[in-house]
Design a binder for this molecule. Structure first.
Ligand code: MD3
Ligand code: FE
Length: 216
């Protein structure tokens, strides 16, 4: 058999991306169908919506949440709240599938005490993107953030502690998990424009779960 991978590095299952950040390729694959079913159920109660930034622009990424706290934005600012402003009801509790994946992945990356109380669920359609930003609304930065990618692949970029630091580009694929702790917890990051495509499990979407520990 001729070797298609001759001269290429093998794709490591686990990769240190930057200080404190660990990429685990395909880590969520065994649970992916369950995660997608849970996203479907959560979003039937708290629909995906395009929230408005304080500057007055609708985000291209549609969002919902589960857990004790949910991240929201409107003209008044970015914050976490216990109720969905669309329905006035509490967010759905975090499903067991979400909680066990997030805590075991964090433990494998060296953060054994991670206990998420918020999960932001992002849904990207072709054309959607997320500009370079820091995640600072959680207030507690000793806890990592765990991110899980599902559906269509996308190019993701992260830099350093300053907006002007040089950025690295990575492809994030269905099932990839990244744990962002230590110095990387406050690094700038963003998502490039999602290209058209069809994923066998997620159709024309990319989903991203981010697990956070929030204090109000
Ligand atoms: C690096 N989401 O929701 S996940 C976000 O793919 C967000 O939807 C992106 O950025 C997405 O805030 C990126 C990867 C990620 C998440 C949080 C981070 C990278 C991070 C926090 C600190 C540093
Ligand atoms: Fe972010």
């Amino acid at each position: 058999m001729n070797d298609l991978f001759a001269g290429l590095e093998p794709q490591a299952a686990r990769q240190d991306m930057t200080e404190g950040a660990v990429l685990m390729r395909a880590r969520a694959l065994p649970q992916a169908d369950q995660l997608l079913a849970d996203i479907q159920r959560i979003s039937s109660l708290a629909p995906f919506r395009h929230m408005v930034t304080p500057g007055g622009f609708a985000m291209s990424v549609a969002m919902t949440n589960c857990g004790t706290y949910g991240w929201i934005t409107d003209r008044r600012g970015y914050r976490y709240e216990e109720q969905d402003p669309l329905t006035g009801r509490d967010w759905s509790p975090m499903p067991q599938s979400f909680l066990s994946l997030a805590t075991t992945a964090a433990e494998e990356a060296g953060y054994p005490d991670f206990l998420p109380n918020a999960c932001l669920i992002n849904r990207y359609e072709p054309g959607a993107k997320m500009a370079l930003h820091q995640d600072k609304d959680e207030k507690d930065f000793t806890m990592p953030i765990v991110s899980v990618s599902l559906g269509l692949p996308v190019a993701f970029q992260f830099g350093g502690a300053k907006r002007t630091d040089p950025v690295m580009k990575h492809q994030l694929q269905h099932g990839d998990v990244v744990v962002w702790g230590g110095p990387s917890r406050l690094f700038f990051h963003g998502v490039l424009t999602l290209r058209n495509g069809v994923h066998e499990k997620a159709g024309s979407y990319r989903y991203n779960l981010t697990f956070r520990h929030v204090v109000l």
